[in-house]
Design a protein around this ligand. Structure first.
Ligand SMILES: Nc1ncnc2c1ncn2[C@@H]1O[C@H](COP(=O)(O)OP(=O)(O)OP(=O)(O)O)[C@@H](O)[C@H]1O
Length: 253
């Protein structure tokens, strides 16, 4: 018997911004994501994608509703332990890479382990392994301004997965890359997802990048509008994504 574990559960989440003028950016969003899935979140600019990702990533609490990560509600954890929870259970990849330019690529990658007080020998072993699997061994001694955008994002992915998180979150990870580097980075996400089984949730505007996911959730005006699943062919999925985006309207590319 195959048991499917639910890694992430977003239940009736709403988010209202503002004090005097209120704006409902998320309106009763419910979403369940299985362990090991690779899910893309798409929608027009301003539809609430980043707000949803921030609620999932424990950065910004929802106004109402519940987020459960591996059965645990992060918003019920006190702030000191929440920082620890975030550092140990979640990996983040950002559009602008967020590498610290005073550190080498290698030092950037081991940062989550350094912050956790890991032993140097363990850090070096993990760094070696992740750099090998992501094919960035040759740039470990370089600084972020000495490498290409694609290499910077590979390094950021390495940093996001070195501590074997439960959940890998990415906000427009290919937004600053040319199409060749974007494809390389998405192939990397796909293989990391397949090989490590890390549940991955990515916000993207880009249909090509989205076609590497297994499932796409579309958001419109803060609500879930539709979702589509990938079959065997990435090319067909890409076309399906384009079609559904055209139904969605707005400026979703
Ligand atoms: N801190 C905030 N205060 C007030 N309104 C906000 C805040 N953050 C986002 N919003 C508003 O909430 C809505 C959703 O924003 P969000 O950033 O989640 O959209 P998005 O789908 O990620 O957009 P984009 O694709 O342009 O990044 C937008 O109308 C935005 O202006």
């Amino acid at each position: 018997m195959c048991v499917i574990l639910e890694l992430l559960n977003v239940s009736h989440v709403s988010k209202v911004y503002g004090n005097k003028v209120l704006y409902k950016a998320l309106d009763n969003v419910s979403l369940s994501i299985e362990q090991g899935d690779f899910v893309g979140i798409m929608g027009a600019s301003g539809s609430g994608k980043t707000t949803l990702l921030n609620a999932i990533s424990t950065i910004d609490p929802p106004t109402s509703g519940e987020v459960l990560i591996n059965g645990e509600n992060p918003y019920q954890i006190d702030s000191a332990n929440l920082a620890l929870f975030r550092r140990r259970k979640i990996g983040f990849v950002f559009q602008d890479f967020n590498l610290i330019d005073t550190l080498t690529v290698g030092e950037n990658i081991i940062l989550p382990l350094t912050l956790d007080g890991e032993k140097v020998s363990v850090m070096n072993k993990k760094l070696k392994a992740v750099a090998k699997s992501l094919d960035i061994e040759e740039i470990l001694g370089k600084r972020s301004f000495e490498i290409s955008g694609g290499q910077a994002q590979r390094s950021a992915v390495a940093r996001a997965i070195i501590h074997s998180p439960l959940l890998l979150l990415a906000d427009e990870p290919t937004g600053n890359l040319d199409s060749k580097s974007a494809k390389d980075v998405m192939e990397l996400f796909e293989s990391v997802n397949r090989e490590t089984d890390v549940t991955t949730v990515m916000v993207t505007h880009d249909a090509q990048s989205a076609s590497f996911c297994n499932r796409i959730v579309l958001i419109k005006d803060g609500r879930i509008f539709n979702e589509i699943h990938r079959g065997n062919s990435r090319k067909e999925f890409y076309q399906q994504i384009i079609d559904v985006l055209s139904l969605l309207g707005g400026d979703a590319k």
